[in-house]
Write a protein that binds this ligand. Structure first.
Ligand SMILES: [Zn+2]
Ligand SMILES: [Zn+2]
Length: 277
């Protein structure tokens, strides 16, 4: 089986050699995931310097939702790593989402981590990202009393889920791949089946108006445990949740996810995206 896979890769390499999306060079000695955007080009991708309130988009400390906007969203903040105006970044995202190149989660994940670590001062988002992780949610789900009474705040990474039908069509959830890249570096754990998209919705990109987008996605997410059983009340109490998506536009999707985990008791909910349109 291994032989077939490497033979397969060898043939793919000859037919479709991977060239850096930025400079066009081939880096044959590197692993495929490292060839798409070379280190040199990666280092030139814009890192967002100033984070803003996700709702009014005015300057705010580390991307926190400002006091005036708190009532309007379930998100306590949003971390945006880069800018869509960066051509290489926009191209990388596009290829990741629409050409189904899974390996691009690697450079995109790197950009998110770079943006987080390059800040002079650590804010809430960094604190949550590098806090102690909840390691055994599934086990803890069976032993809810100890989970609920855990005193320290703990952080869980949750990707924006795809509906099962869309997942089957695409073959992977791009947010999940990104979430794993972030988790690998921060030591947190990705909880993949905690939040589900139980209603299949029209893709948000096909809807123009903000109001229609909000209606389309409303109530689409639910927090469940294995086997679609509802979770016990207050299970996510005192937990920090970081919701990962590749990009966001109107905030409608991230907001619905945040509301769903907050209904399950979550304390702080942050979103993180590579870029915002
Ligand atoms: Zn390059
Ligand atoms: Zn605001």
């Amino acid at each position: 089986m291994k032989l077939i896979t490497s033979l397969n890769n060898f043939i793919l390499d000859i037919l479709f050699p991977i060239k850096c999306l930025g400079c066009g060079k081939e880096f044959e000695d590197r692993e495929p995931k490292e060839r798409w955007v070379c280190d040199d080009c990666l280092s030139k991708i814009i890192i967002r310097k100033e984070q803003v309130c996700p709702v009014c988009e005015k300057a705010s400390e580390g991307g926190k939702t400002c006091w005036y906007c708190r009532k309007k969203t379930g998100l306590d903040g949003l971390w945006v790593a880069s800018e869509y105006s960066d051509k290489l970044l926009a191209q990388t995202i596009h290829k990741f989402k629409f050409n189904f190149v899974r390996d691009l989660s690697y450079p995109l994940g790197k950009i998110i981590l770079k943006s987080v670590l390059e800040q002079e001062e650590f804010g809430d988002f960094q604190d949550f990202l590098f806090t102690r992780s909840v390691q055994n949610l599934e086990e803890d789900l069976e032993n809810t009393d100890s989970f609920k009474s855990a005193k320290s705040f703990q952080t869980i990474i949750v990707p924006v889920p795809l509906h099962r039908r869309r997942f089957n069509w695409r073959g992977f959830n791009q947010s999940e791949l990104l979430a794993k890249q972030i988790a690998a570096k921060s030591g947190l754990k990705v909880y993949n089946n905690l939040l589900i998209r139980w209603r299949n919705t029209t893709p948000q990109t096909k809807i123009r108006s903000m109001e229609e987008r909000r209606k389309n996605i409303k109530g689409a997410f639910k927090v469940v445990r294995m086997g679609l059983k509802p979770i016990p009340t207050g299970l996510l109490k005192n937990k920090n949740i970081i919701i990962v998506d590749d990009v966001c536009t109107t905030l409608a999707t991230l907001n619905e996810c945040a509301l769903a985990v907050k209904r399950a008791g979550a304390k702080n909910v942050w979103g993180v995206v590579v870029a915002r349109r």
